[in-house]
Ligand binder design. Structure first.
Ligand code: ADP
Ligand code: ZN
Ligand code: ZN
Length: 737
C-alpha cells in the first residue's frame, strides 16, 4: 500500500525563509527545476522555486505542493545554477537569494503572462486609403485618426494622442477601437528600429582597447578598462554592443544606481533605439517585468540595469559590461549582501562569455587581478574629444581658515566663475546644516537617544535628525544641562548653501543631496535643470560626484575631504581617492578647461598628493604595498560576523561563543591560513537601540575560509534564537561599520 504514495515524484523547493536549506514536497507529476510553486509552510502558503537538488531519502512523508504556477520553468538551468552558486558563496539561504533576484511581480502567487501585447496601429493594407477615407466622410474623427497612420506609419495609442492634428479628439482609444472593429486598422508588434551606425570615430587608445576586446571575445575573459573620467569608455561600450547586436546577441550593462540617468539612457537609445531596456528601482514594476521578459526571450538587445539586474535570465547573452566597477553601490549592504560586480564575473565565467569592467579609479581588487594577469588591462590616459583633465590645486586651510566652511580663495574662485557665467560644483559629503550641536559652556552635545551618534541639525525644518536611525527631535533653545547658549559645529550642505546665498545673493544656487532629491524623477529634473545652465552653483554630496556628464561645470570645490584621512577602515584611503577623482572628473568636460580646488589641512599627506597629481598608478602601488604588509584584501579574504543585541552583554557573549567555536573548528580542520580576530564593538556602538559587535575572519586561502564557514554557520543557525539578538555574516565586506 505505501508504495502508491511513495511513487509520487518528490522535489526540493527553495522558499523565502531565513534557513539555509530546501524543503521536499511531493506532487502528482514531475516538475522541472526553475518552476515556481505554491507550498504549505508552517501555517502559511509560500511561493517557492523547484531546485535541482536530490531530495532527502531519509524522510518518507511529504506534504503536497498546492499549485504549480509556471507551465514551463521560469528560470533556465544555467541561471538557477548561478543562483545556487551565489547562495553558497555568500552563505545565504537559497530561498532568500531567489527572492532577491526575482522582480517584485514574480515573487507573488500569480501566473505570469507575456506582458507584450501588440500595441501599434497601422492601416489595414487590404483597403486603399482613398476608398477608406471616402467611406468615413460622415465620421470625421475616425477619418482624422485613420489618416494619422498615412504613409505606412506605425504608432502606439499614446503616440497618436500626441499628434497635433488629433489634439481636439477626446477619446482616441474608442475611436481606434471602432476602426479596428471595422477592420480598417490592425494592431501589431512594431519591428525593432534600425541600429544606427556608430558615428564617432574612436581615437587611438580607444581603438586599441576595442581591438583587444575583439581579439578575446570567445569564451570567458575579463577586460579591465582603466580610463580617466571622460576618456571615452562609454563610447567603447557602445561600439562593442553594436557588434553584439549585429550578430543578434544581447548585452547586459550594469551601472551604479545614481548614474542610470536619462542622459545615459538616451545615449544608448540614440544608437540602439527600442532595443534598449532598463531595469532599476526608479521604473514601475510592470516596466521591470517587461524588461525581464524581453531579456529572457531575446528581444531586449541592451539591458541597462543596476545591481539586481545581474540576476536576470538573458537568452542570447554575449557580453556583460560593468561601468564604474569600483562603485560601492554594487554591494548590497543588508539582507543578501552580494557584490554585483563579483557576481557578474562569476556569471560570465559560467556562461563562458567575456565581461568588461570600466573605471577611472579601478578598485584595488580589480587592478590587482589585472596586474597578476587574470584580467586583460587597457588604459586610456587622455580625455576623448577636445576636453582635457582639470587642474587640481590645494587650498591650505592652515593659512586661510574657513569661514562657515569656505576659504577666502574658494570664495573668490566662485566669484570669478559667476563673472564668467560658468558653473561650479561644491562637494561636501555631509547633508544637513551642522553635524554637531554643542553647549558653549559645559560641552554638552546633542546625541541620539537610540544611537551612539550625534544628531545633525537640519535648518530646513529646524530639527535634529539622526542619520543612523532616522530619529528626529526638536532643537533645544538652550543647553538642557546648564541653560547656556548652544552653538553649531561643522558644516553640511545646508550651511554651505546658506553661506553662498549670503555671499552671492544674485546667484542661482542648488542643493543636491538626499534631503532635496528624493525620487528618481526629481533627480532627473534636477539634472536637466543643471544641464540647461539654469544653475550657477551646485552644493552636493557624493550623489553629485558620480557619472554625470555636465558640460558647463568648470570649477569643482572640495570643501572638507579630511575626514577620510582619519578613518580606521583600511579601505578609507581608496574610498577617498576614488571620491576625489570622481568629483574632480565633473570639471571641464565641455569645451572650456576645468579646475579643482581642494580645501585641506593636510596638503602634504601622501594620498592628497596623489589626488593632486591625479596619479592612480602611484596610489595603487602604495596602497597595494600597505595592504600586502597588513595581509588584507586583495591579499586575503574577509568575512565579518555582525551581532546586534538589545542587551549589551548578550550580544557580546554570543559573539564570544561564535569566536570560540570558530577557534575549535580552525584547530580541528587545521586551517593555518584562517585568522579569527577578537570580538570587538562596532565603530558605531549602538544604532536604533541595538548594540553592535563584530568579529573579523581573515584568510589568505579563500577556499579555507569557505570551508570553515560552512560548519560554523550551521552551528550558529542551530543556537536558540531570540528576538533580542540578531546575527549576520558578510562575505567580502566593503564597510566595517
Ligand atoms: P567616459 O565614459 O570615459 O566618461 P565618454 O564615453 O562619456 O567617457 O566620453 C566623454 C565625452 O567624449 C562624451 O561627450 C563623448 O561623446 C566624447 N567622445 C568619446 N569618444 C570620442 C571620440 N573618439 N571622438 C570625439 N568625442 C568622443
Ligand atoms: Zn551646557
Ligand atoms: Zn539614532
Amino acid at each position: 500500500m505505501p508504495l502508491s504514495i511513495e511513487s509520487k515524484p518528490i522535489v526540493s523547493v527553495a522558499v523565502p525563509v531565513p534557513l539555509r536549506r530546501t524543503f521536499d514536497y511531493q506532487f502528482e507529476t514531475e516538475i522541472e527545476p526553475g518552476s515556481r510553486v505554491i507550498v504549505p509552510f508552517r501555517n502559511r502558503q509560500l511561493v517557492g522555486m523547484v531546485i535541482p537538488t536530490l531530495p532527502d531519502k531519509s524522510i518518507t512523508k511529504h506534504k503536497n505542493i498546492i499549485h504549480v504556477l509556471d507551465d514551463q520553468p521560469f528560470i533556465p538551468p544555467t541561471i538557477l545554477k548561478f543562483y545556487i552558486w551565489s547562495a553558497n558563496y555568500y552563505h545565504y539561504p537559497i530561498g532568500e537569494v531567489i527572492h532577491t533576484a526575482l522582480p517584485p511581480n514574480v515573487r507573488m502567487a500569480i501566473k505570469l503572462s507575456n506582458p507584450e501585447t501588440p500595441e501599434h496601429f497601422i492601416q489595414n493594407p487590404k483597403f486603399p486609403e482613398a476608398d477608406v477615407l471616402s467611406t468615413l466622410v460622415r465620421a470625421r474623427k475616425q477619418q482624422l485618426l485613420y489618416s494619422s497612420l498615412s504613409d505606412g506609419k506605425c504608432l502606439r495609442l499614446d503616440e497618436i494622442e500626441k499628434l497635433p492634428q488629433i489634439s481636439e479628439i477626446r477619446n482616441v482609444r474608442s475611436g481606434m477601437q471602432s476602426l479596428k472593429k471595422k477592420g480598417l486598422v490592425l494592431q501589431i508588434h512594431r519591428p525593432p528600429t534600425e541600429i544606427r551606425p556608430c558615428e564617432i570615430l574612436l581615437n587611438r587608445e580607444q581603438s586599441e582597447t576595442l581591438s583587444k576586446i575583439k581579439a578575446n571575445q570567445l569564451g570567458f575573459h575579463t577586460h579591465l578598462i582603466h580610463g580617466i573620467t571622460g576618456s571615452g569608455k562609454t563610447e567603447i561600450y557602445i561600439h562593442t554592443i553594436h557588434d553584439c547586436l549585429k550578430r543578434g546577441r544581447q548585452v547586459l550593462v550594469l551601472v551604479p544606481e545614481i548614474s542610470l540617468t536619462k542622459q545615459l539612457v538616451d545615449r544608448f537609445i540614440n544608437r540602439f533605439g527600442d532595443r534598449v531596456h532598463c531595469y532599476h528601482s526608479g521604473i514601475s514594476k510592470s516596466e521591470r517585468y517587461r524588461t525581464w521578459w524581453k531579456a529572457g526571450n531575446g528581444t531586449a538587445g541592451v539591458i541597462l540595469g543596476t545591481r539586481s539586474a545581474v540576476f536576470m535570465p538573458i537568452l542570447n547573452l554575449a557580453k556583460i559590461i560593468v561601468d564604474e566597477e569600483h562603485d560601492l553601490s554594487f554591494k548590497q549592504m543588508d539582507g543578501f549582501r552580494y557584490h554585483a560586480r563579483d557576481l557578474a564575473i562569476k556569471r560570465a565565467s559560467l556562461e563562458e562569455i567575456p565581461i568588461i569592467l570600466g573605471s577611472a579609479t579601478p578598485s584595488m581588487e580589480s587592478m590587482h587581478n589585472a596586474h597578476s594577469g587574470k584580467y586583460h588591462l587597457s588604459i586610456l590616459r587622455k580625455r576623448a574629444g577636445k576636453a582635457n583633465l582639470p587642474k587640481i590645486e590645494f587650498i591650505d586651510l592652515r593659512l586661510q581658515p574657513p569661514h562657515y566652511g569656505l576659504s577666502r580663495q574658494m570664495i573668490s574662485a566662485i566669484d570669478k566663475q559667476l563673472e564668467n557665467s560658468q558653473q561650479t560644483i561644491l562637494y561636501i559629503n555631509r547633508r544637513g546644516y551642522a553635524p554637531i550641536v554643542e553647549c558653549s559652556h559645559c560641552k554638552w552635545q546633542a546625541n541620539c537617544d537610540r544611537c551612539d551618534a550625534y544628531m545633525t541639525y537640519h535648518k530646513t525644518n529646524d530639527r535634529l535628525n539622526c542619520h543612523h536611525c532616522g530619529n528626529t527631535s526638536s532643537t533645544p533653545e538652550f543647553c538642557p544641562q546648564c541653560r547656556s547658549p548652544l552653538f553649531l559645529r561643522g558644516s553640511g550642505t545646508q550651511r554651505i548653501e546658506e553661506s553662498l546665498e549670503r555671499l552671492f545673493p544674485d546667484a542661482s544656487i542648488l542643493r543636491f543631496d538626499r534631503d532635496k532629491i528624493r525620487s528618481f524623477r526629481q533627480l532627473q529634473k534636477t539634472l536637466d535643470f543643471i544641464n540647461k545652465g539654469q544653475v550657477d552653483i551646485i552644493v552636493g554630496t557624493r550623489m553629485i560626484s558620480k557619472g554625470h556628464d555636465f558640460h558647463g561645470v568648470t570649477l569643482v570645490g572640495i570643501i572638507n575631504p579630511d575626514q577620510g584621512l582619519y578613518s580606521i577602515d583600511f579601505r578609507a584611503p581608496e574610498q577617498l581617492f576614488q571620491d576625489l577623482m570622481q568629483v574632480s572628473g565633473r570639471s571641464g568636460r565641455g569645451k572650456d578647461p576645468g579646475r579643482v580646488y581642494i580645501q585641506t589641512y593636510h596638503p602634504e599627506n601622501q594620498y592628497m598628493q596623489m589626488v593632486c597629481g591625479q596619479d592612480y598608478d602611484s596610489f595603487f602601488a602604495s596602497c597595494r604595498d600597505e595592504r600586502k604588509a597588513a595581509d588584507v584584501p586583495p591579499f586575503s579574504s574577509f568575512a565579518l560576523w555582525r551581532i546586534e543585541s538589545r542587551k549589551q552583554e548578550e550580544g557580546f557573549r554570543l559573539l564570544q561563543n561564535i569566536k570560540h567555536h570558530g577557534d575549535r573548528l580552525r584547530a580541528s580542520m587545521n586551517f593555518k591560513s584562517v585568522q579569527i580576530m577578537d570580538p570587538v564593538l562596532s565603530p558605531i556602538i549602538r544604532i536604533d537601540d541595538w548594540h553592535r559587535f563584530q568579529l573579523l575572519v581573515n584568510a589568505t586561502i579563500r577556499t579555507e575560509l569557505h570551508q570553515i564557514l560552512n560548519p560554523w554557520i550551521t552551528w550558529v543557525e542551530n543556537l536558540p534564537t531570540s528576538p533580542k539578538l540578531r546575527w549576520s555574516l558578510d562575505i567580502d565586506p566593503m564597510e566595517m561599520y
